[in-house]
Design a binder for this molecule. Structure first.
Ligand SMILES: Cc1ncc(COP(=O)(O)O)c(C=O)c1O
Length: 340
């Protein structure tokens, strides 16, 4: 437990008090298990409406949502095109490959974003020696804290439609993207066939939603979710977390606050000689290059990750509960350290 605010991850933050209150409220009495309770029905209906989706399913974590989402979209022989930086490739212990038996076709992606051109590079001929891509996976907001604009996302979606590819969107930080772009969840969702909506990084204890946009895709999801061990028996507690996040758009306030704190940190750090912010700060992450000696000195006082040791790039993340004072104290230390 750190005393100072961690800039290591939005996962380091605790849960929002409203989420904890909602979980406490859901604790009263008994409720039917496995999602057949009325709270889960109400919350999934709210999610369906917010996304203008065909169906919504609650799961416990983002990796589970990704595997489930891909499993809905993939045929047995198909591969997935994704950015080199995609969480499904870099940070999920190969679960898509292991559990789904698929192949990930990675693409170098500046600022973590795919384009029709970069996707086209990985589409082979219809030759049975080549893995045939069936799905394109995008992340919004990206792993580099950037956001596809709606126009960029629509271009990718249109390219995929024309080429018979389905779109999976990893929305572990979809809230941050919606707040950054000042758009609705439905506007982001219409560019995907299936997507996840992350609660955990947005103030939940641990809850994500899988959103299915097209009717033909929904039928198998309950069975796939159970097979993949993501059907929680005490589902009411997952539902309660989303109930709190959806009430009065708490999710958007939380994301906007985290984004604003990242902008403040990015601007503060960029003004320090010797510090270079290497990606646009469009969500709740700042990637910065600074001298390895300064990184080591800062890490004695603050928690954050070195993203790329060779390039001397670190990742600083903010969360829904990061304050201006947290950021200012950190920037003050960055400045003092860099001046030494
Ligand atoms: C972009 C992205 N997708 C998915 C996940 C997976 O979430 P979880 O750790 O809950 O499995 C993360 C977690 O950091 C993430 O950053």
């Amino acid at each position: 437990m750190t005393q100072r605010k961690s800039f290591g991850s939005d996962n380091h933050a605790g849960a929002h008090p409203d989420v904890l209150r909602a979980v406490m409220a859901a604790n009263a009495g008994d409720a039917v298990a496995y999602g057949a309770d009325e709270r889960t029905e109400r919350v999934t209906a709210e999610l369906r409406e917010a996304f203008r989706a065909d169906s919504a399913f609650l799961v416990a974590n983002g990796s589970g949502a990704n595997v489930l989402g891909l499993s809905v979209l993939l045929r047995r022989h198909e591969a997935v095109i994704c950015a080199e930086s995609a969480h499904i490739d870099t940070d999920e212990c190969g679960s898509a490959e292991r559990l789904l038996g698929t192949k990930l076709l990675t693409v170098p992606a500046r600022d973590g974003k795919l384009t029709p051109e970069s996707i086209a590079e990985r589409i082979p001929g219809h030759d049975d020696h080549f893995a045939q891509p069936g799905v394109v996976a995008v992340t919004q907001a990206t792993e580099f804290g950037t956001c596809y604009t709606l126009a960029e996302l629509r271009k990718v979606a249109e390219f995929c439609r024309l080429n018979g590819l389905r779109v999976y969107l990893d929305g572990a930080r979809l809230a941050n993207a919606a707040a950054s772009l000042d758009c609705t969840l439905a506007e982001l969702a219409e560019c995907a066939d299936v997507l996840s909506f992350g609660g955990t990084k947005n103030g939940a204890i641990g809850a994500e939603a899988l959103i299915v946009m097209r009717p033909g895709l929904s039928d198998a999801v309950p069975y796939l979710r159970k097979q993949q061990t993501q059907l929680m028996s005490k589902m009411r507690f997952l539902a309660a977390q989303f109930e709190a996040l959806l009430r009065d758009d708490l999710w958007r306030h939380n994301a906007a606050r985290a984004n604003a704190m990242a902008r403040r940190l990015g601007a503060g750090a960029a003004a320090v000689p010797g510090v270079e912010v290497v990606h646009p700060v469009q969500a709740n992450a700042v990637f910065a290059r600074l001298h390895p000696r300064h990184i080591a000195a800062l890490q004695r006082e603050w928690f954050f990750h070195v993203w790329d040791e060779r390039e001397s790039v670190v990742r600083w993340m903010t969360a829904f509960d990061t304050t201006g004072a947290d950021v200012d104290a950190f920037v003050c230390d960055i400045r003092a350290t860099a001046a030494r």
